[in-house]
Design a binder for this molecule. Structure first.
Ligand SMILES: Nc1ncnc2c1ncn2[C@@H]1O[C@H](COP(=O)(O)OP(=O)(O)OP(=O)(O)O)[C@@H](O)[C@H]1O
Ligand SMILES: [Mg+2]
Length: 161
């Protein structure tokens, strides 16, 4: 049985459900518990949402790529999207968020701190900045990212199992 699956979607909100269904089917078929399937599907959704929201899809063929890899003791998801290298603002925010989460021994502390900030923000503020910290806390996942030569941003999350 294959230990990995590659999926791709158009950068559209209604494609997220497709990824959620295929990912949870794959994880279930590889024997993961119901809780793990639920938690890791949330992780995948958050990363895919970010790809759709922040990716720069300039040509019609540009897609969001998702790869799930099952190891002996862990499961990894890698989500890629094209970026515009002149748009450093989001890359810096991504880097800052991941470094900030790593600074906490327990991701619950990061989550609580972020919730506190969010509760004080005006309602019209559309970005809560909770996605990645939720991945770390609820998904118990370790986040990382890199930019490849062909201007693809690859964000990964690794959870022990
Ligand atoms: N795929 C990505 N490409 C570029 N920038 C990203 C990407 N994912 C995250 N970021 C940057 O990292 C920041 C933090 O992401 P995070 O998911 O935690 O919060 P958010 O997307 O702003 O809010 P929420 O997920 O709660 O809607 C984003 O605001 C964005 O600037
Ligand atoms: Mg997000």
């Amino acid at each position: 049985m294959s230990k990995s699956i590659k999926l791709e979607i158009k950068p559209k909100w209604d494609e997220i459900e497709k990824i959620r269904n295929k990912s949870s089917q794959f994880l279930k078929s590889r024997g993961f518990s119901k809780d793990m399937v639920q938690a890791f599907t949330m992780v995948i959704s958050e990363l895919v949402e970010n790809s759709i929201k922040y990716g720069k899809f300039r040509s019609p063929g540009n897609k969001v790529l998702v790869e799930i890899l099952v190891g002996a003791n862990n499961v990894i998801v890698e989500v890629s999207n094209p970026i515009d290298q002149s748009d450093l603002k989001n890359l810096k925010a991504l880097d800052k968020t991941i470094q900030w989460i790593r600074g906490f021994q327990n991701p619950l502390e990061a989550y609580t701190e972020r919730l506190n900030v969010v509760s004080k923000k005006p309602l019209k503020d559309e970005s809560s900045g909770l996605g990645l910290v939720r991945v770390a806390y609820e998904g118990k996942a370790i986040l990382d990212f890199f930019v490849s030569d062909n201007s693809l941003l690859n964000v990964s999350a690794l959870a022990k199992c």
